[in-house]
Design a protein around this ligand. Sequence first.
Ligand code: ZN
Length: 210
Amino acid sequence: MPPIPSLSKPPAAHLPSNPVIQYTPANLLKWGVQRAAAFCKANKLPEMKVYEIQPKDWSFDVCAYWRQSTCYICLKHCGRPAGDTDTRNWSWPGAVTDRTPYGVVCHELGHHVDWHCSPPETRGPYHGMLCQQIIEASGEKAVSGYSPNPAEWFAEMMRVFITNHALLHAVRPRTWGLLADRWEPVSDDCWLTALGPGVPQRIIDTQLKR
Ligand SMILES: [Zn+2]
């Protein structure tokens, strides 16, 4: 196992941790699109297009998918930020669990990065060889409950790296080191600040227990 790296790399671009005032689905989508664009720009990656599809035109159980540099998302199928009194919802923008449109767009950007940064001959429809290399080099368990294969393991790690790299450093330091060797983070260096205003205490209390 490689040694645990220190959080020494400053973010390439300091973005406001949370530019939205209200956590509506539309605002969370807009924030996700802004964050994805900032990450691609800071890392000289091809742009990812994001298309919102209306529920009547959406025939999938999943809330989003990525194909050919495009993220397709249906807000009705995404999660909402947890409240103080929720019992089963642990989702929060920038948290370890984040099924809000913000986190969903950044998860799809994880597939975008994997595909574009993998050798062309290793690419499938939505993943490449890179996710396999990183999961093997990391040896760390998935950051969230959603990790049926290396492509999804990687997309979930990238989601946290893109939305809250300091939190990924705290909970999966070896994976953070492998990602920070390749890409510049754009989130705040304090994971609590990156969670933005209004985050419930019950969400804060569980972040480092993953
Ligand atoms: Zn995915």
